[in-house]
Design a protein around this ligand. Structure first.
Ligand code: C5P
Length: 260
């Protein structure tokens, strides 16, 4: 039940220059924006970084997915969807604060499994092209970031949504490797080459569908994770965050939060 509703290769020396500290006020919440294409590991990395730093993770893609799932509930035939109908369904979606994240809910209930399903994935890119749906997501994400230090992930967090983010990171990885990781996570076994090839096609198609809004900010640090382990990429982002926020490492180290 959702409570407390609220409507690899690190670029060299250049990357340090590109990190922008939010100079507005020392007490402004910190915003770490992690963007990148489908299955680049943004969400799991963002969640882990938030846990290590004691921030909250906001997954903007999960909000687009929740709006899609809510619309599927009221109107299963996607052909008839209009922007107005999607927004009406999205009115039932809220963001609920958790220990280390904000979770999207529909009618006050957790929908994590539902929003990751194949049907939602099939239709979400179309919903994400609707300008008023984008404005709705952006408002929810910005609202969450007014109260807490956050790690937000998506496609346009460092550009359209938080142009003054404290730290911006853009994650990329080879499509085959993204497909292999995604399938390994879903299937809990080693995928075959044929399975990886099919998933690579789907990922490349989604990259094309989302190309307009998937933009690397000029001042983002580019991290190619193809040859990095997840602890390595988390470690790099945490180190960058500590450098720009001038907050030390006393809070915790980069241990897998799942293992604690
Ligand atoms: O991150 P994830 O793949 O779960 O996002 C689902 C979809 O939401 C993406 O394929 C994209 O169409 C959309 N999205 C977006 N802008 C964001 C985050 C996600 O357009 N900031």
């Amino acid at each position: 039940m959702c409570l407390g509703l609220v409507p690899g290769i690190l670029a060299g020396p250049r990357s340090r220059d590109c990190v922008t500290a939010n100079a507005d006020s020392p007490t402004d919440p910190v915003v770490i924006a992690i963007d990148g294409p489908a299955a680049s590991g943004k969400s799991s990395t963002a969640h882990w970084v938030a846990s290590v730093l004691g921030y909250r993770h906001v997954d903007s893609g999960a909000l687009y997915r929740a709006a899609t799932a809510a619309t599927l509930r009221s109107s299963p035939s996607a052909d008839s969807w209009t922007e107005g109908a999607v927004l009406e369904s999205a009115a039932n979606v809220t963001l609920s604060p958790r220990d280390t994240s904000f979770a999207p809910c529909i009618d006050g209930r957790d929908v994590e499994a539902e929003i990751r399903g194949a049907e939602v994935t099939q239709h979400v890119s179309r919903v994400a092209q609707m300008p008023r749906v984008r404005a709705w997501v952006n408002n929810l994400v910005r609202d969450a970031a007014t109260r807490h230090d956050v790690v937000v992930d998506g496609r346009d967090m460092g550009t359209a949504v938080f142009p003054n983010a404290t730290l911006k990171v853009f994650l990329i990885a080879d499509p085959w490797e993204r497909a292999r990781r995604r399938l390994t996570q879903q299937m809990k076994r080693r995928p075959t080459d044929t399975e990886i090839a099919e998933e690579t096609d789907r990922i490349v198609q989604r990259d094309a569908n989302d190309a307009t809004q998937t933009v690397q900010a000029k001042d983002a640090v580019l991290i190619d994770t193809t040859y990095l382990t997840q602890p390595e990429q988390v470690d790099r982002i945490v180190a960058l965050a500590r450098a720009v926020t001038h907050r030390g490492s006393e809070a915790s180290s980069v241990d897998d939060p799942e293992s604690r």
